[in-house]
Design a binder for this molecule. Sequence first.
Ligand SMILES: CC(C)(COP(=O)(O)OP(=O)(O)OC[C@H]1O[C@@H](n2cnc3c(N)ncnc32)[C@H](O)[C@@H]1OP(=O)(O)O)[C@@H](O)C(=O)NCCC(=O)NCCS
Length: 321
Amino acid sequence: MSGSYSRIVGTGAYLPAKILTNKDLERMVDTSDEWIYARTGIRQRHIAADEEQTSDLALAASRTALATAGIDAADLDLVVVATTTPDMVFPSTACILQAKLGARNCPAFDMQAVCSGFVYGLATADQFIRSGQYRNALVVGAEIYSRILDWNDRATCVLFGDGAGAVVLQRSNKPGIISSHLHADGAHVDMLSVPGTVSGGKVSGRPFVQMDGQSVFKFAVKVLDEVAKEALTANHIEKSEIDWLIPHQANIRIIQATARKLGISMEKVVATVDRHANTSAASIPLALDEAVRDGRIRAGQHVLLEGVGGGFTWGAVLVRW
Ligand SMILES: CC(C)(COP(=O)(O)OP(=O)(O)OC[C@H]1O[C@@H](n2cnc3c(N)ncnc32)[C@H](O)[C@@H]1OP(=O)(O)O)[C@@H](O)C(=O)NCCC(=O)NCCS
């Protein structure tokens, strides 16, 4: 075994072609561009075409990540797809993606941690690489939330969008991923959930996102602050040493409140929520890919990724780029 760390060696992203603006939403529900932008920072979201599945979004993002990493799908030892909106009940979207990529025989599984799914997936793949078991892992966050939204419910339908982001993790002599910190508290199911299920040949329960927005807001800011501090403390790193904070992109006010609590300037925060809305497990890799491609993230910098979502789940991954 050479190296006991993992490094992100390629990133990729995909957003469906169709854009739904706040103005478009004004024609669908009783809302306004002003209300949505003031409360969330969102201007628009992308919506998957009818024929697109989550695995298709994942495939496009993965191909770019693999090309950037300079490896073939056949070289992958592991495929992890973080998603809450799988193509079907089973097989997993990761298995469907693996076949579409032509990465036969490597293990593939979905990670269900809602908006923290990418952070959970990254932490898991990192452990497999650190242990020496695998060399190359693909970690994807891919979602089609537009299919689990009640488009008559203005309190939720304005908040979410579709998309996918992917990274290739590779074994390395130096970090890479410095540490990961995962948490969950299943006592808050009622605060944020899609309570429907498939049973007896039909959907029972309400298969749409429901939430207590204000409670989610407060909980998200609290745990994003806590877990970021946990990552800094564990590594004896000062907040001034964080070059880029990439939080889950749910709402610009949650992002601003978290940055304020942490004492990190918004100039060091990557924010894409204005253009993508909340893409759940895809939001962090989408933002990461953008900041890598536009040259903001550079070699040697510290990047802190952190997510929070239904479950509740939350977590952070500290990376040296
Ligand atoms: C949803 C959220 C934007 C609502 O903002 P808020 O400031 O808490 O607003 P409130 O829920 O208090 O609602 C205020 C008013 O706006 C109304 N409203 C709700 N959605 C609206 C919309 N899309 N357009 C216009 N008005 C709306 C409400 O009905 C309420 O009206 P009322 O005062 O007459 O009762 C905010 O709570 C939030 O972002 N929460 C976190 C959600 C999230 O990120 N979830 C995923 C986490 S992973």
